[in-house]
Design a protein around this ligand. Structure first.
Ligand code: PLP
Length: 422
């Protein structure tokens, strides 16, 4: 039954029950963390064979010694692997260090140089569109460059393309958009075909040097045995003549070692050449030894997908646990909506308006850390204060279970308190 249909007396009775449970959590002195989407130790263990895999052989087929300087775009074998992952040609792909975020940051630094060559309207700020809820570190990059962020919401097929096309066509100071097109962080969306085709056309109506930052961080991270299909944006962009507007990213962070993986950037060969030049002052070459380790370990797409199945075996029970707990405690009460993702690392939950901060604070007070409310929005401001990102991957299953027990009680308690106060 919907909580809103309860009489005041019924709500008060429920409030006392929930408060009693909450007080018992206080006594339990919990210390649990559902904040960041990190792989668990068991997941990291799946890639321990990276250690020592080279067995003292550091030479590439072309005679390159990977221990030495050079090769800023990465070793050919790793570029080929990245190209397979991103469905691009190897000549369109470079391989970086342990973080695709670094490549994203550097790409924006490079774009800033390009804007300097444009006659920009000095009364207006450079802007990026941010589909929300989204990934906080994308927003942090924009903030660090003083780029104004514009929120655009999601519909079931992906980001609201009507809104995006309207904005982009009217304001040439909009220079980019962040996208996590597959198993989006945190909403779980995979953009449908029509959405990708519309993205491919955006470059035709946008101002100069507009870039679609296509962060395919979860490209291989399925939770179901029917992986979602994402149309290849670059193929579509080539047909539209907009390939210079596309910049793709991926990494092995959530495939092998989150802190010691390799990253990929894919774009038109034109763009890649210009980007390479912009990297020259800061790096002679990324860690090619690690690139070779990854090539030896991941081998090819078939082997990658077998490896990702092992991740799925570890992750699926955790995501099932989240769904089970949310359904059992909240279904039908009309106090929260949440996603059931078929890939990626998160569940996105919306509380009643204005309650996300309260829920996060209630949980923190009994030792359960949740991602701060607002983190999924630019500037940390969720205008409706509703969204909470649940990250179930890192804690062991028994800890996750306890943390979810606390979470649902905090959520219902905050909702009951709110209904009684209004
Ligand atoms: C959408 C998205 N992009 C990028 C990253 C970080 O990637 P990397 O470790 O390659 O910097 C994450 C990590 O959570 C993410 O969710």
């Amino acid at each position: 039954m919907k909580l809103g249909d309860f009489s005041e007396d019924e709500l008060k009775a429920r409030q006392s029950e929930l408060q009693a449970v909450y007080d018992r959590f206080k006594d339990a002195r919990l210390s649990l963390d559902l904040t960041r989407g990190k792989p668990s130790t068991q997941q990291l263990d799946l890639s321990n064979d990276l250690d020592g895999i080279l067995g003292g052989f550091f030479m590439l087929q072309d005679g390159t010694d990977v221990r030495n300087y050079g090769g800023i775009l990465g070793i050919p074998e790793a570029r080929r692997l990245g190209a397979d992952i991103l469905s691009l040609h190897a000549a369109q792909v470079m391989v970086g260090g342990n973080s695709s975020l670094t490549l994203m940051y550097n790409m924006i630094a490079h774009m800033v140089e390009q804007w300097e060559g444009e006659a920009l309207d000095s009364n207006s700020k450079v802007k990026f569109i941010c589909p929300i809820p989204g990934y906080d570190r994308h927003f942090t990059i924009c903030e660090s460059f003083g780029i104004e962020m514009i929120n655009v919401g999601f519909v079931s097929s992906g980001p609201d393309m009507d809104g995006i096309e309207d904005l982009v066509s009217k304001d040439p100071m909009i220079k980019g958009i962040w996208c996590v097109p597959k198993y989006s962080n945190p909403s779980g969306h995979t953009y449908d075909e029509a959405t990708v085709k519309r993205f491919a056309k955006l470059g035709k109506v946008a101002g100069e040097n507009f870039r679609i930052m296509w962060d395919n961080a979860y490209v291989a991270h399925h939770l179901s045995d029917k992986p979602a299909r994402l149309l290849n944006l670059m193929d579509e962009a080539v047909q539209e003549g907009t390939e210079d507007n596309v910049v793709m990213f991926a990494s092995s962070s959530k495939v092998t070692f989150a802190g010691a993986g390799i990253s990929f950037l894919g774009t038109s060969e034109n763009n890649l050449a210009a980007f390479e030049k912009s990297l020259v002052p800061q790096v002679i070459g990324f860690d090619k030894v690690n690139q070779l380790r990854h090539v030896r370990f991941l081998k090819d797409l078939d082997n990658l997908s077998t490896h990702m199945e092992k991740h799925r075996t570890l992750l699926a029970p955790k995501f099932n646990m989240v769904q089970g707990k949310l359904q059992a405690a909240l279904e039908g009460k009309n106090i929260a909506d949440w996603t059931t993702p078929d890939g990626g690392y998160f569940v996105s939950l919306d509380t009643l308006p204005d309650l996300a901060t309260t829920v996060v604070d209630l949980a923190a007070a009994v030792g359960v850390k949740l991602t701060p409310a607002g983190a999924t929005y630019p500037y940390g401001i969720d205008p409706e204060n509703r969204n909470i990102r649940v990250a179930p991957t890192f804690p062991p299953l028994p800890d996750l279970e306890k943390a979810l027990d606390v979470f649902v009680v905090c959520l219902e308690l905050a909702s009951v308190n709110h209904l009684l106060a209004t």
